[in-house]
Each structure stands twice: as structure tokens, then as C-alpha cells.
Design a protein around this ligand. Structure first.
Ligand SMILES: Nc1ncnc2c1ncn2[C@@H]1O[C@H](COP(=O)(O)OP(=O)(O)OP(=O)(O)O)[C@@H](O)[C@H]1O
Ligand SMILES: [Mg+2]
Length: 357
């Protein structure tokens, strides 16, 4: 069993707390992605799982055993880092074979396993090349094959795609997802790229300042962010945020800011009346048209091809953004009307940032 459990895990460097008491479980065979801004403690957490860093306190369980006191090599893990560190003077074959040679695996078994690992990441034709004769994406696959060949039940990956260009990164996402399915191993993957996390993960752990902000499937995190931080971290363009208060009268619920008022669904608890909140609504849940009640003025439009972003002023300190059809007739200077999809209005506490609805 290759599940991993982190219990009250803490790591301090002198007076600085890099990981501040985190708890979560990675299920056997799961593709779990840790995501968060630079410095939030992702690498430190991964290094504690691998054994490269010693926890200040807390426990790490792999399978059914506490591994805090095991050396990295005794934990049965495979690691892939951002810095590939291939041996430049060795062929791709020898780079992949290296770990097996160290363990004195018989020659015919080495050949068989290297070829199988190379096939898993589609680099069999490259086995006789030197690393410098490989492209960035090919080198990345060599690094993966080098880990696959040791047959770990858990793969730990720290930003393995960050040195690749944008197009290749997108291709490699699909590759990695397929590889995970074929190997059936547990993947723990670190990135600061929200799109990478959304597209590959079974579940995502969102970290911020050494703590876990939310753990959930990509759609849970996108559809019901647990905090303002998570809401702002996921999604392009960034979610619209508006400060205001809640009013409740009978079954009616209203969000009111200085510039606008907007109805909310009756499911918003009446107990929130009078509360200072931040309303969050994604661009795809803001509807704009020429005629209607709530008025604004188009500031600029950004065609994306499959949609057009419409940024508009409506008396708020910052413009709101709506995702409109690509052929929208709206242009800068035009008046427009807007409304939000009430069931997609997210409410957060204005001070604590926690979700309220
Ligand atoms: N050996 C160390 N000594 C002192 N501080 C450290 C050490 N390693 C990490 N830190 C600090 O701990 C915090 C978390 O670092 P970590 O490398 O885990 O961040 P990260 O989430 O991986 O960020 P990035 O996305 O930039 O890689 C950072 O503020 C970093 O400066
Ligand atoms: Mg890091």
C-alpha cells in the first residue's frame, strides 16, 4: 500500500516557520498535486516526505509505517526534480540504467527494464543519444524514465515541467496523466501553476504560508473555493471581487455595495444579514448585454478566440470582467447591462477571507 499520511507536520528554519502544521492523506494510487505561491512550503513538505528534510515535529506515514527515522533510500520512493541533472557523458540508456547498476542488477534484467521504462515515456529511439542531443522535452522524459525504471510505488515530483516551453508543458501534462494511469502508482506533484494542478490532479492541496487552505478535487476547488485566497488563485481571468454587505428580508437576499445591488439566492443564510463580505463571481458567470437594468460602460475588450473578455466600469474601484461570446457587439465606450448568475456568487468574510455560503 502506497498511501501517505502527514500528521501535524511542522518545519521551522530558525525563527521562520516554513510548514505550519499540515495534515492530509494521499490515497494509494492517487495523483495529488500541491499548489501554491512561491515560498508557501511545497518543496519543504515534499522533502520531508522524501527524507531530504527532517520534520521539526509531526509524523509521516508511508503505507502503514511511520518513516520519520528512515533514510531517503529506505522509503521506496522515486523522485523527479526540476533540475534534471542527467549525466552528460553517459548515453540515455546508461542514464536510465544508472540506479540499477548501483544496485548490481543483472545485465539482461537492466536491458529489459530500461527498454520498458523508455517505452513508457516514448523515448526508445533515443537510447543511444547523449543528453545534449536531446530536446528539453526529451530530457524531461529521460529523467522520468530514470525514476520509472526503479519501480517505485510513490513518485515525488517537484516542478518537473518548469524548464519546458509553454506548448511542451501542455503536451507533457497529458503524458504524465497517461503515465500515472498506466503505472497505477501514487503521484505527489508540486507546482505553482494552477492550470497544471487543475488539469492533472485527482485531488489538489492548496497551500498558503505553510498551511493547507483547501484540499479537494479540481472541480470542488474551482466551484466552491474555501477562502478568498483559493478563489483568487484559481481561474483566468481572476475572479471578480466586490466588497459590500448582505441584506435579508423574508426569503429575499441582497448583496449591496456602494455602487451596485444584486440579488442572491434564498440559500444564503439569513444570519449573514449585516455582515461585511466580499462577493466573488467568475467572468463566465457575469452576463453582459446592451439592454437591461444594472448599467456599466465598456472600458476594453480582449478577444480570446473562443470568447471575448469585456472589462467594464460600474462605479466600483476596479472594473469587472465578463466572459462574453466571441462575436459580442460590445466595444470600448459602449453602455452595457450586466447581471451575475446568483447560484455562482461566492461570499467570503471580508476580514478572515473564509467562505460563508
Ligand atoms: N534551508 C532553508 N533555510 C532557511 N529557510 C528555508 C530553507 N528552505 C526553505 N526555506 C524557506 O521556507 C519557505 C518555504 O520554502 P519552499 O522551498 O518550501 O517553498 P516553495 O513553496 O517550494 O516555493 P517555490 O514555488 O518558490 O519553489 C521559503 O520562505 C524559504 O525561503
Ligand atoms: Mg519549491
Amino acid at each position: 500500500m502506497a498511501r501517505i499520511v502527514l500528521r501535524d507536520l511542522v518545519k521551522t528554519f530558525g525563527a521562520y516557520t516554513a510548514v505550519d502544521g499540515i495534515n492530509f492523506e494521499v490515497k494509494d494510487g492517487e495523483f495529488l498535486i500541491m499548489v501554491g505561491p512561491s515560498g508557501c512550503g511545497k518543496t519543504t513538505t515534499l522533502n520531508m516526505i522524501s527524507g531530504l528534510e527532517t520534520p521539526t515535529s509531526g509524523e509521516i506515514v508511508i503505507g502503514n509505517a511511520v518513516v520519520n527515522d528512515l533514510e531517503p533510500g529506505e522509503r521506496g520512493l522515486g523522485m523527479v526534480f526540476q533540475d534534471l541533472a542527467l549525466f552528460p557523458h553517459m548515453s540515455v540508456f546508461e542514464n536510465i540504467a544508472f540506479g540499477l547498476r548501483v544496485k548490481r542488477v543483472p545485465e539482461d534484467e537492466i536491458r529489459r527494464r530500461v527498454v520498458a521504462a523508455a517505452e513508457a515515456v516514448h523515448i526508445k529511439p533515443l537510447l543511444d543519444k547523449l543528453p545534449r542531443q536531446c530536446s528539453g522535452g526529451e530530457s524531461q522524459r529521460v529523467a522520468l524514465a530514470r525514476t520509472i525504471v526503479t519501480n517505485p510505488s510513490v513518485f515525488l515530483m517537484d516542478e518537473p515541467l518548469s524548464s519546458l516551453d509553454a506548448k511542451l508543458r501542455v503536451d507533457m501534462r497529458t503524458e504524465l496523466k497517461g503515465l500515472h494511469r498506466r503505472l497505477g502508482a501514487t503521484f505527489v506533484y508540486v507546482t505553482h501553476d494552477q492550470a497544471e494542478a487543475m488539469t492533472m490532479a485527482d485531488r489538489i492541496v492548496v497551500m498558503n504560508r505553510g498551511r493547507v487552505e483547501q484540499l479537494g478535487t479540481p472541480l470542488e476547488i474551482y466551484g466552491r473555493p474555501a477562502s478568498l485566497f483559493v478563489a483568487g488563485f484559481f481561474g483566468t481571468p481572476t475572479m471578480n471581487f466586490i466588497e459590500g454587505t448582505i441584506e435579508a428580508e423574508g426569503a429575499g437576499r441582497l448583496f449591496r455595495s456602494r455602487a451596485i445591488a444584486h440579488p442572491l439566492p434564498a440559500s444564503v443564510p439569513a444570519a449573514l444579514a449585516g455582515r461585511s463580505v466580499v462577493l466573488g463571481v467568475r467572468a463566465e458567470h457575469v452576463f453582459v448585454e446592451k439592454e437591461g437594468e444594472r448599467r456599466g460602460e465598456v472600458r476594453l475588450t480582449e478577444p480570446l478566440g473562443d470568447a471575448t473578455l469585456v472589462f467594464f466600469d460600474c462605479g466600483l474601484p476596479t472594473p469587472l470582467v465578463a466572459k462574453a461570446p466571441p462575436n459580442t457587439p460590445l466595444a470600448p465606450g459602449h453602455a452595457l447591462a450586466f447581471r451575475f448568475a446568483p447560484e455562482h456568487c461566492h461570499l467570503f468574510d471580508a476580514v478572515a477571507g473564509t467562505r460563508l455560503n
